[in-house]
Design a protein around this ligand. Structure first.
Ligand code: DGJ
Length: 729
């Protein structure tokens, strides 16, 4: 799969479906040759230079010989397509790595020194990575040397079997005797010869996450980034470029994601030449990492997903790759229980009897895992107190009785934590005010009445770990919802000196991972669900530890359908935490059908459910038991009608054996009595399938080319239908 041709000096990564190749030129720089569908012909320097003219090369003054020199092989560093651009020279398009070396110079330029190719991928020390077996992928590791300073760079590229995915990352190693400053440490550079792309990204705000935005790539610089200290509501790290003629099912689309949960930057740069440089990695705003002698810095892993079958083609690659290589299948491959969460039903206002009555009534609608959300610990009766004091408020709740009751009823039990936060009123803050970010500042930003704990300080992480272990060793919980209800204001840590304050944003994320990885190792049976004021940390770093993430605090089905539709372009449905609540805008059935196209659960006061509502929800519960695991969790979703641009929505999820599919249709507005033909995707052409809309039997090819005929006047506005399409035996 990965080769190096000693004669032509070309590296090629190829999995039979995609090819990526680059040249090691005579100067020791790596020049990108090709990225796209599998190519039979091997490329060479000649294919790159074409009819290049003599005086095209870069010139420089060589101090050893005291002479002006020219790069020997017509290499023009200012316009070439590169794997790792230089900084501080004449190429101004942007470099992935910037180092200020001990002399103070910013010049950064890495020259090839050696390479190795091996099966599998190496694990990162402090960061989440890719879950693989050796046979799943192959890695090319290239070692380069900085020209002015004793700094080694290890550039890793991995290509995967059966997935059109390539990952990239760097390690920067200080081999000198003095500290240096790492001012930028991105994970990926990709230079493309054309900039005729649309930049697709997902912006938002609390309760309105991941709006699908499309802008043309323009000349100059464009940045999609977060500086909120978490991956954020405001932008999601999943970004893609679609060629200007691409559709949902045709054309070239290249997706990018980062296995990371903190600040990130995705940057495109195009100049008069209309070529495109893409850089992706840790946000370099206020980033200044002091690399001590012999210290190594590892960047998060960046992923590139490739499709020549349009946006839905890309989506399938992302969904399948994430399920197989990011999510911990040991936890996730067990059946996903239907969750009942207490939050929207009673907020902080509960006692033991109320919770037991909730559990009892939640069973009627099929709840299999009861989650006690915020409010069970410290002095937490509102959001002014309690965060940081992770012991049960036994005057409010008898948690042993609640858990025993659940287990006796054969229900699992889950609990809520917000480990990275503290209230100024808490006992923890009174004892350790220095544990917060921005300690000693005259004013610290407060948000939802809470401050942020300094997780860059290992002692703070330890303190929370000890408290959680004390609790978890006593109370047998099956699930943890891990919340994070504000973004970072002061990224100052009193634990570190002046010279290391540029490390804090990154170290906070490392603290988050260190706590999560210690807890998931110690309690492998617990299912962790990520959450951050709704969906502000929906990212691959979190998914590595938590197989599902609460997608948004917005459960109004009209908005919710867009959030789930857009999120599922880059992430599998099995990861998208979604519940039915008591929002009065639509029927329970509609809300349940939408929540079904996610993890599925409930949040309401179950004591108030009418018999007819219990019946409506019970129908969906039956459907859940029959199809959710095979079609929604293990299947693949296709995006047939887009809620962002149409008043009708269609999502289709197909089981991995292609024997069953469920089609979610939603009328946002009512329409005339005329027929639609909805062309389905993902079915097997030669199978025969019966649909339960008109009970007709047709081949997969018929559904693909002719489509399913129906009229939108058959159901009302705000109404949903789930149509079953099942293979005839
Ligand atoms: C924000 C979450 O998104 C909600 O579901 C809930 O857990 C609250 N936090 C509790 O404070």
């Amino acid at each position: 799969m990965i080769t190096f041709n000693q004669k032509t000096k070309v590296f090629t990564l190829d999995n039979g479906s995609i090819t990526y190749s680059f040249l090691l030129n005579e100067e020791g720089f790596l020049e990108t040759l090709y990225y796209g569908p599998h190519l039979n012909e091997e490329l060479s320097k000649e294919s790159l230079r074409g009819g290049d003219i003599d005086n095209c090369s870069t010139e420089y003054f060589d101090t050893d010989s005291n002479k002006e020199k020219t790069f020997p092989d017509h290499f023009k560093s200012t316009t070439a397509s590169l794997e790792i651009a230089t900084h501080g020279y004449l190429d101004k398009r942007g470099a992935p790595i910037i180092i200020q070396n001990p002399t103070g110079s910013y010049q950064t330029s890495f020259i090839f020194s050696s390479y190795q190719i091996f099966d599998g991928i190496k694990e990162l020390k402090d960061l989440p990575g890719i879950r693989t077996k050796k046979k799943d992928c192959e890695t090319l590791e290239i070692t380069l040397q900085e020209q002015e300073a004793p700094v080694k760079l290890v550039y890793s590229l991995t290509i995967f079997t059966g997935f059109d995915v390539i990952s990239k990352s760097f390690q920067i190693i200080n081999e000198g005797e003095e500290s240096l400053h790492l001012l930028r440490a991105f994970s990926l550079e990709l230079d493309l010869l054309s900039s005729s792309y649309t930049l697709n990204h997902f912006d938002g705000v609390w309760a309105n996450e991941r709006n699908w935005n499309r802008n043309p790539v323009v000349q100059g610089e464009q940045r999609i980034s977060s500086n909120y200290g978490r991956s954020s509501h405001e932008e999601n790290p999943f970004v893609f470029l679609s060629s200007t003629d691409a559709s949902m099912t045709t054309g070239e689309v290249i997706g990018f994601n980062l296995i990371y949960s903190g600040n990130f930057t995705f940057r495109t740069f195009s100049d008069y030449s209309k070529s495109l440089r893409i850089l992706y990695g840790l946000n370099d705003e206020d980033f200044d990492y002091q690399l001590a002698p012999r210290q190594k810095f590892e960047t998060p892993i960046a992923l590139m997903f490739y499709s020549s079958c349009g946006v839905d083609g890309l989506s399938v690659v992302c969904q399948q790759f994430i399920k197989k290589h990011i999510i911990n299948q040991q936890i996730d491959h067990n059946y996903k229980p239907i969750i009942f969460n207490s939050w929207e039903g009673c907020l902080f206002d509960f006692n033991t009897d109320k919770i037991i009555s909730y559990i009892k009534d939640s069973e009627k609608i099929g709840s299999e895992l009861f989650v006690l959300d915020d409010g069970w610990f410290g002095r937490r009766n509102d959001d002014y107190d309690g965060l940081g004091d992770w012991h049960v408020n036994s005057s409010k709740i008898d948690l042993h009785r609640v858990i025993d009751y659940c287990h006796q009823e054969k229900l699992k039990f889950g609990i809520w934590f917000e480990p990275e936060m503290v209230n100024p009123n808490s006992d923890l803050f009174k004892k350790h005010p220095e544990y917060v970010l921005g300690y000693n500042h005259k004013a610290m930003t407060i948000s939802r009445h809470q401050l942020v704990l300094d997780f860059s300080n290992p002692e703070v992480v330890d303190c929370i770990y000890q408290q959680m272990v004390l609790f978890l060793d006593e109370y047998p919980v099956d699930y943890i919802k891990w919340d994070h209800n504000r973004s970072i204001g002061e990224h100052y840590s009193s634990y570190y000196p002046f010279s290391q304050q540029g490390e804090i944003y990154h170290r906070l994320v490392l603290g988050y991972y260190s706590l999560l990885s210690r807890l998931t190792k110690r309690y492998p049976q617990i299912l962790f669900e990520g959450c951050a004021s709704g969906g502000a940390r929906f990212d691959l770093g979190t998914l590595y530890y938590c197989p599902q993430i609460w997608a948004s605090d917005e459960s109004d089905p009209l908005q919710r359908i867009s959030i789930q539709y857009n999120t599922s372009l880059g992430y599998p449905l099995s990861t998208i935490g979604s519940h039915v609540n008591n929002n009065p805008l639509t029927s329970y059935k509609t809300k349940a059908m939408i929540a079904f196209f996610g993890t599925y659960g409930y949040e309401m006061n179950p004591n108030n459910l009418k018999t007819s509502e219990v019946e409506e929800l019970s129908e969906i519960k039956e459907l859940y038991h029959q199809y959710h695991q095979s079609v929604v969790e293990d299947g693949v979703v296709y995006h047939l009608m887009n809620p962002n641009i149409s008043d009708f929505v269609a999502l289709e999820s197909v089981s991995s054996n292609q024997e069953s599919a469920l089609l979610l249709l939603m009328n946002k507005l009512k329409d005339h009595d005329h027929y639609y033909s909805l062309k389905l995707l993902g079915l097997k052409d030669e199978y025969q399938y019966q649909n339960d809309l008109d009970n007709q039997v047709h081949s997969g090819q018929y559904y693909r080319l002719v489509g399913l005929r129906f009229s939108r006047s058959w159901f009302n506005e705000f109404n949903c239908r789930i149509i079953k399409i099942i293979k005839k035996k």
